[in-house]
Design a protein around this ligand. Structure first.
Ligand SMILES: Cc1cc2nc3c(=O)[nH]c(=O)nc-3n(C[C@H](O)[C@H](O)[C@H](O)COP(=O)(O)OP(=O)(O)OC[C@H]3O[C@@H](n4cnc5c(N)ncnc54)[C@H](O)[C@@H]3O)c2cc1C
Length: 380
């Protein structure tokens, strides 16, 4: 079996690689140091159509499928995990509106975020929980013209960009979770300072405070009480993006280790050619990257061809876990090849380590995703 990428998939992969090499890589160190994404990078990604790869042409998307999306995210995230985070979280909001939105909502919200002019967020996590919808404390209460939103959301990506935000909150009268779309920076919307996280710098992460935010009735997404369904869709499509993102970290770590093995000399010979354990490390990185790549690419193919949404949910969860954990494995091996240099901020592998270590925690922790996947496997 092989992945015979279509002409379109190859072109998208190539365009992403060229943009990553020419435009992102030269400023990646600065993105890491400042934890800020240059506006020219976001604009350039938008011009290339990187925000809308899998979405329908009628809303401005590329309609090029999720395999293309993963191929692009791998290349872009290899240069900057922050870039991958911005694109993949934007696509989470898009996917939820794509599935649950009315035609009016789709026309109002999809085109502007598909073309990257307004960047979407998806807000579920709160100070009390990032895993359990029953513990949500952000509430929506009925108001004469719609709803009032109050509460705090934690660790929300892209919250500093203007654009739509899909929010999952608890209805104060029924206690059920419901999804809405709001406009960021509306009255009553405010932000914390950005979190100073260990990696994925440039992918801004904030707490978001809602104080009597008015939500028009027509901004309800799906049904009242349907927040869990929205969350499930967000989790599936979010993990597809993150699988591409962390595959990019696996590739970055592999390439850095290989480069160092070839360049670092010991008595006139490269350590890669001289020392057996460095050769074994190179082989380990290659084996692990290949395994992660097949998982990720298969997931992209599955998202384009699935018949059973439950099987896709399982594959998305387990592929994300596998690829994220493998990226950490490869980063650790690559750091070993670097000796103490790998521990220094100046060396890219130390940044990649910070990026990779995020993977198993975000959008569902690895143990919870394994338990979820196992449940689907055990029930056939
Ligand atoms: C870079 C980054 C970007 C993020 N972006 C977003 C975003 O855009 N939107 C958003 O909503 N969130 C976002 N998050 C939040 C992230 O998705 C959550 O933090 C994550 O899902 C885990 O939630 P938690 O940290 O609250 O952990 P908790 O839910 O508090 O879990 C803590 C520990 O308990 C375990 N645990 C919890 N419940 C159970 C259970 N039932 N059974 C067994 N073990 C359990 C977990 O596995 C974990 O080890 C982001 C986080 C990061 C780091």
């Amino acid at each position: 079996m092989n992945f015979d990428f279509s002409k379109e998939e190859q072109l998208i992969q190539k365009a992403a690689k060229e943009f990553a090499d020419k435009r992102i890589a030269p400023v990646a160190g600065n993105i890491h140091r400042t934890n800020a994404m240059p506006a020219e990078i976001v604009d350039g990604l938008a011009d290339l159509g990187m925000f809308g790869i899998p979405f329908l042409e009628k809303y401005g998307g590329g309609e090029a499928g999720y395999l293309s999306y993963i191929l692009a995210l791998e290349q872009l995230s290899k240069a900057s995990a922050g870039v991958g985070m911005i694109i993949s979280v934007n696509a989470v909001g898009l996917a939820v509106i794509n599935v649950f939105g009315t035609e009016e909502q789709k026309l109002a919200y999809l085109p502007q975020s598909i073309d990257g002019k307004k960047i979407m967020s998806f807000a579920f996590t709160e100070p009390g929980t990032g895993s359990d919808p029953k513990q949500l404390t952000t509430t929506v209460s009925r108001d004469k013209d719609g709803y009032l939103l109050n509460g705090t959301k934690r660790f929300i990506s892209n919250a500093g960009y203007k654009g739509p935000m899909v929010v999952v909150a608890k209805e104060s009268d029924t206690g059920k979770a419901t999804a809405f779309v709001i406009d960021k920076f509306c009255d009553g919307y405010s932000l914390s300072a950005p979190w100073e996280k260990i990696g994925a710098h440039g992918g801004g992460l904030y707490d978001v405070y809602f104080k009597d935010v008015k939500i028009p009735a027509e901004n309800l997404l799906g049904q009242n009480g349907g927040g869990l369904s929205a969350l499930k869709i967000a989790m599936i499509y979010g993990k597809i993006g993150l699988t591409g993102l962390f595959l990019g970290q696996a590739l970055a770590a592999f390439e850095e280790g290989l480069r160092y093995a070839n360049e670092k000399m010991h008595r006139g010979e490269s350590i890669g050619h001289k020392f057996e354990h460095i050769k074994i490390s190179v082989a380990d990185m290659a084996m692990k990257y290949d395994a992660a790549k097949w998982h990720a690419y298969h997931l992209g193919w599955a998202a384009d061809n699935y018949k059973d949404p439950l099987q896709l949910a399982k594959e998305a969860a387990l592929s994300k876990v596998f690829v994220a954990e493998t990226a950490i494995d490869i980063a650790r091996i690559s750091m070993g090849i670097h000796g103490s240099y790998g521990l220094m901020e100046d060396y890219k592998i130390s940044q990649i380590w910070g990026d990779a270590i995020i993977g198993p925690q975000v959008e569902g922790t690895a143990p919870l995703l394994k338990i979820m996947g196992a449940g689907i496997i055990l029930n056939g």
